[in-house]
Design a protein. Structure first.
Lengths: 273, 358
């Protein structure tokens, strides 16, 4: 831990990424007799785009659920910002600066785009119930300063037009974008994306990749994503973890992963041309 | 439509968040408030006060309360009658124990007592959802009514088991008891509706209101954003019960003047208020008001029309009214869960574009 925390790492495209901000050590997660994750360790460095790939049922989403506190692993440790994390509730982890999106969109369907993203600022708003009821003064000021941040995100994601639309009525691609906006609104240190491009067409995938890279570069947010589109993963990820049947079978830069025989056998396959 | 919103641009976030973003609506709203608050009191008589305005104001407060819990936070409650009873009995105890206390303070304190009771009965919501929670709140309804029947201290050991509101004033104006003027009780109740309606609107537009709606729409996502489900649900129960407690206190002390738990705070009350928010619109402040007006005015209108004009027997008129409300509830639950408020919104949307379809 101590050494890794300071050492920097140079990626394939020559970017230097920071010290480790999150490390999972020997995580084992069981549901009854089923072992979803077996003895997995890896780290996420500050400022990088880290991809987690693997076939269906490999335990990728479970891994994200461990990181943001939905599941409590039977064995293993999670270190965040150089501290061993005590078992926590998901909402406490949100206050630590970890945000995420879901594989199946989990937006607040009855609320407008604006309200959804404003809800993402929840951890930054603290006025009490009486101040809220009175509204004038503190509550109003807090609302508008947060609204300004939200408007920046709306501009960034180019969703100005649907600001006041109920999200339930939006097309799938836009809903995914709003969900990203909601996670970004929290200004997280670490952003977990569970299949941000699932079910999208090529154009939407390109937009989403661009947003993820921009978030990473402009805001310096560390991104960990699960994705099945290998083209996208190899393009945007700095380092890749490969999982299969709950075990880690590969970890390294995209180039290393592409050459890794175990990964090729289990997941990537070979091209038949 | 008689107005267009073209050219009505917003340059500040404050203007953008206005309850009535269109100028015409804003003017119409304040004009109607002016009429209701400053003109009607001069003309209101005993019949209109007791049969129309007081029940409307009081049920509207209760409907706003239940809407916060059910419409905004998604927690179904059938305990409204019981919570109204808590408000009523707290106001009775406060009025008799502290005779010099201003009626305004009495009502507010009754609200806080009910909020505490609401938090206690809201605890099961952390474990159970939906239909099962509704049954758990049903238990609170029956328990509370039973409590006020059996616990003699709550009705000051009176022989009849009934509570009667003594004469109390608000800033020197008598608002309870037999000698209160219609205009005084009218203004008193309207004041509560206006102030607490405004506060409820503030709450649901702020981050606490958003945390309620987040819990309603997707509790898992709400939690990863930082919403503590315990805090969000219990605060919704507290605020909702506060409103219902205030309504209960006004219902007993100002409107009825006397009450007996089994009759006045029965399960029917819970259903009445629930029907108001279903017909009016779940998750809408306007909906609460429309629903309350609808349920309060329908019996009055039916009585005047069918019994007064057509001379039908009273029981037939009453049955027709029950059938009508029942079918309306089924209609709204299937066709438009957001109630009359949503129909009104759709109509406005259509009229804005008229004569073009899109």
């Amino acid at each position: 831990m101590s050494l890794k925390a300071v050492e920097t790492f140079v990626t394939e495209d020559g970017r230097s990424i920071g010290p480790v901000i999150l490390e999972v050590k020997d995580i084992t997660l069981k549901f009854g007799g089923v072992t979803a994750i077996q003895n997995i360790s890896f780290d996420i460095r500050g400022g990088e785009v880290r991809a987690i790939i693997g076939p269906n049922g490999a335990g990728k989403s479970s891994m994200l659920n461990v990181i943001n506190g939905f599941y409590h692993p039977q064995e293993g440790e999670v270190w965040f910002k150089n501290e061993l994390r005590a078992p926590m509730k998901p909402y406490q982890i949100a206050y630590q600066g970890i945000a995420r999106t879901f594989q199946n969109i989990a937006l607040f369907k009855g609320m407008s785009t604006l309200d959804n993203i404003m809800t993402g600022r929840f951890t930054h708003m603290s006025s009490g119930i009486f101040a809220q009821a009175w509204w004038k003064g503190a509550a109003e000021k807090e609302e508008f300063s947060n609204r300004e941040k939200v408007e920046q995100i709306i501009d960034f994601l180019e969703i100005q037009k649907i600001r006041k639309t109920e999200v339930g009525r939006l097309p799938y691609g836009l809903q995914k974008r709003v969900e990203l906006g909601r996670a970004l609104a929290a200004e997280p240190r670490l952003l977990l994306l569970d299949e941000p491009m699932a079910g999208m067409n090529v154009e939407e995938k390109e937009d989403m990749s661009r947003f993820i890279l921009d978030v990473n570069e402009e805001f310096g947010t560390t991104v960990a994503l699960i994705e099945h589109d290998m083209g996208v993963v190899m393009d945007i990820a700095d380092r890749v973890v490969v999982m299969d049947y709950g075990k880690k079978i590969g970890d390294g830069t995209p180039e290393e992963i592409r050459k890794n025989q175990v990964v090729i056998d289990a997941y990537l396959g070979i091209s038949h041309d | 439509m008689i107005y267009r919103e073209a050219g009505d641009f917003k340059t500040t976030y404050k203007a953008d968040q206005d309850t009535f973003p269109i100028r015409f609506d804003r003017v119409a709203f304040w004009l109607s408030i002016f009429v209701v608050a400053l003109i009607i009191p001069f003309f209101v008589n005993d019949y209109w006060e007791k049969a129309v305005f007081l029940p409307f104001f009081i049920y509207a407060i209760a409907a706003i309360g239940l809407n916060i819990l059910t419409g905004y936070c998604g927690q179904v409650s059938l305990g409204t009658g019981g919570f109204m009873a808590v408000g009523a009995y707290s106001s009775y105890k406060l009025m008799t124990s502290f005779p010099s206390l201003d009626m305004f303070v009495v009502v507010i304190l009754s609200g806080f007592v009910t909020a505490v009771v609401g938090i206690i009965f809201g605890m099961p919501s952390l474990r159970i959802k939906g239909f099962y929670l509704a049954v758990a709140t049903l238990a609170s309804q029956f328990f509370l009514v039973w409590l006020f029947n059996k616990w003699e201290w709550t009705y000051n050991y009176s022989a009849t088991g009934q509570i009667t509101a003594p004469e109390r004033d608000f800033l020197g104006i008598v608002v309870t008891g037999a000698y209160s003027d219609p205009w005084a009780t009218y203004i008193f109740c309207f004041g509560f509706l206006f102030i607490f309606g405004w506060m409820a609107r503030n709450l649901v537009c702020g981050h606490i209101g958003r945390s309620w709606m987040a819990i309603r729409d997707m509790d898992i996502a709400a939690e990863i954003i930082g919403v503590n489900p315990l805090k969000a649900k219990l605060s919704a129960f507290a605020v909702s019960s506060f409103y219902i407690g205030v309504a209960g206190a006004l219902y007993f002390a100002v409107w009825l003047g006397a009450a007996e738990p089994t009759e006045a705070f029965s399960i029917d009350k819970s259903f009445d208020v629930l029907f108001m928010i279903i017909i009016g619109g779940l998750g809408s402040m306007t909906g609460s008001l429309i629903g309350a007006a609808f349920i309060v005015l329908l019996p009055v209108t039916f009585k005047t029309l069918l019994v007064g004009f057509l001379g039908w027997p009273t029981d037939i008129a009453e049955f027709i009214q029950i059938i009508l409300i029942g079918s309306l509830i089924i209609f709204f639950l299937i066709k438009e869960p957001h109630g009359i408020a949503a129909l009104w919104r759709t109509l406005k949307q259509k009229l804005r574009l008229w004569p073009f379809p899109h």
